[in-house]
Design a protein around this ligand. Sequence first.
Ligand SMILES: [Zn+2]
Length: 209
Amino acid sequence: MTVYILENKVAQRVKVGTTNNTTQERLRAIRANWHGLSATCQVCGTRRDITGRARFNHEDCHMSVVMPKHPSNGTHATHPDSRFNCLGSGALPIELDTSLAEKYLSDLKTNHSSLSGSEKSSNTKMINTLEARIGRYKALGQAEGDWVIAREFKESGENVERLAHEILKGTLDTDAPIGEVFKCSVEEAVRAVEEAIGRLGGTVEKTSE
Ligand SMILES: [Zn+2]
């Protein structure tokens, strides 16, 4: 098990937790949950409640952080595996990644000059909508999604996590959209985890800065 400390500089919050998987995988799920309970398709903009389920699935939640299969609305590109499904099915939601949306936007632009009449005006509308959506989520990502790995303590366990939470409990952020979030600095969180490891008779192994 790994005890990790994540930092969100913009929100000035620190998260201390444990995982059996890689911290990178946890990070992806945490970013999704931090954004709220729904996810938005990169292609058609439809919203689906996927992280709500992930929230209660804790350790395995990274498994479900993709857009579920959803039908094409007839306007946007369809999935290579099925012309009935939207191209965004199975891809990361736009809250986490804008690359599919950007690729699709560039395809719409390339295709634009070959269109005329109502097809052209509908294409223009799609381009404008998509551009605005990409801009919005890129800005959001920078403002709120900015969780990064500050520190990892490999071979640490739930007891260390629990004790570190106890040490930090005065700074717990009870309003945070996800659990185990503290209003303290990374240094304070590191000290709490190191103290917890020490009190539990372990030695601190510095794995990453
Ligand atoms: Zn879609």
